[in-house]
Ligand binder design. Structure first.
Ligand SMILES: Cc1ncc(COP(=O)(O)O)c(C=O)c1O
Length: 428
């Protein structure tokens, strides 16, 4: 028995499913989770001493790689002066000034401790700002685990029987409208029926929680236009894409400006930070300035703020984005003629489908942009285990995307390509 198996057996006795976040269980791809002992650069080392090249990268925060020395230094220096004050401090001021000084549509920002909290607070703000109740979301987009956002969600809920969660009240469901991605007709219909009741439309501008589902510019532009026309706010959930597609994220890339934006992951350099921000007059509705209550014991934790600032400053000073996007493109180019694995890639994000690629391109128009066009994903578990055997740790679900970091090299990518090309759907 491996040490991981042993730890898992113990963990199941004290924790639901043995893990503290569902996808970590590897349930959909593997018999039991691997317990990690340490991580450096692009490498994970498990408790049995086995190393893996990591393409999950903690689901996105580690754009500089594991244990990046600059972030490490900032975090360890922060420890010297205490790590939680529950009072005003300068670390969050400096991070807020860095972000608001660089991203024009974020005039004011509030730090929280997770992407879930950021979204939950932005939705409350939108409801208060518009005096409306309804929120429009898109099928397959994941916005964290607040009640309203678990309806037709992605990530760990992708492909569950109800695509939702138990414990959600009919009232919450009634106030959450859901529209399919990449469907202008349905989008226009939902606005024509309910547009004047919608407080906010929330979307991942590059949906990346049910596979990677790029939207057309036209779709995002139409959404922007319909929101403006109906007086509802547009929220871009940039928890994954923020600071990853250039510093200003997907909003800049798409040329579509949201009213509010939510961040998480990269913003904390791998420490627990989320944030929401937008136009000053909207943000000033937040307490203590305005009537929308929002608070947190751990909000703007100085250790996390300093680590986050180090990570973001490094993104400004080094040409990381170009390099990781080049590696993403390399992966995509090298895989073009692979028979059993289809790769959909944008920038430093990629999504692997274990599928007969000839049949897939005959059947679907590529790229895949909505969850109703997904191929059969059942073979992904085999692909995950095949790569694991080759020392490669892929995202542990068919619906999670892979993340590249500044610590990955061209050699890493070519090793991944080699392993993917050796995979056969008829394995095992
Ligand atoms: C787009 C998006 N929004 C929100 C969240 C929730 O963030 P957190 O897990 O930090 O609560 C996630 C998490 O993966 C996400 O991908």
């Amino acid at each position: 028995m491996t040490q991981s198996a042993d730890f898992f057996a113990r963990s199941r006795k004290v924790t639901p499913g043995g893990v503290h976040s569902p996808v970590r269980s590897l349930r959909s791809v593997y018999a039991h989770p691997i317990f990690i002992d340490s991580a450096f650069g692009s490498q994970l080392v498990d408790v049995d001493g086995v190393s893996y090249t990591d393409y999950c990268m903690a689901f996105g925060p580690l754009i500089h790689g594991h244990s990046d020395p600059t972030v490490y230094r900032a975090a360890s220096e922060a420890l010297e002066t205490g790590w939680s004050y529950g009072a005003a401090e300068t670390a969050s001021l400096q991070l807020a000034e860095l972000i608001t000084g660089t991203i024009p549509w974020v005039e004011s920002i509030r730090f929280v401790s997770s992407g879930t909290e950021a979204v939950m607070s932005a939705l409350r703000l939108a409801r208060a700002a518009t005096s409306r109740d309804k929120i429009l979301k898109f099928s397959g987009c994941y916005h964290g685990h607040s009640d309203a956002m678990l309806i037709d969600s992605g990530s760990g809920l992708a492909a569950t029987a109800t695509a939702g969660s138990a414990g959600i009240t009919p009232g919450v469901m009634q106030d959450t409208l859901v529209s399919p991605l990449d469907n202008l007709e349905a989008l226009r219909a939902v606005f024509s029926e309910s547009g004047n009741d919608i407080a906010a439309a929330i979307i991942e501008p590059l949906p990346a929680n049910y596979g990677l589902l790029p939207q057309t510019d036209e779709f995002l532009q139409e959404l922007r236009q319909l929101c403006s026309q109906h007086g509802c706010l547009l929220i871009f959930d940039e928890v994954i894409t923020g600071f990853r597609f250039g510093f200003r994220g997907y909003a800049e890339l798409s040329g579509v400006t949201p009213d509010l934006v939510t961040y998480g992951k990269i913003i904390g350099g791998g420490f627990p930070v989320g944030a929401f921000g937008g136009r000053r007059e909207l943000m000033e509705l937040i307490a203590p300035q305005g009537p929308v209550y929002q608070a947190g014991t751990m909000s703007a934790n100085p250790l996390a703020m300093k680590a986050g600032r180090a990570a973001l400053e490094l993104l400004i000073s080094l040409p990381i984005h170009e390099e990781i996007e080049r590696l993403g493109q390399l992966l995509s180019n090298e895989m073009v003629d692979c028979a059993n694995v289809y790769v959909q890639q944008r920038g430093s994000l990629f999504w692997l489908c274990a599928a007969d690629t000839a049949a897939l391109s005959e059947k679907s128009s590529l790229p895949i942009r909505s969850i109703d066009k997904l191929p059969d994903t059942t073979a992904y578990g085999k692909l995950f285990r095949h790569c694991l055997h080759d020392g490669i740790y892929l995202p542990p679900s068919a619906f999670e995307v892979g993340f590249l970091s500044a610590a990955h090299t061209e050699d890493d990518i070519m090793t991944l390509v080699g392993s993917l090309k050796r995979f056969s759907l008829n394995d095992e």
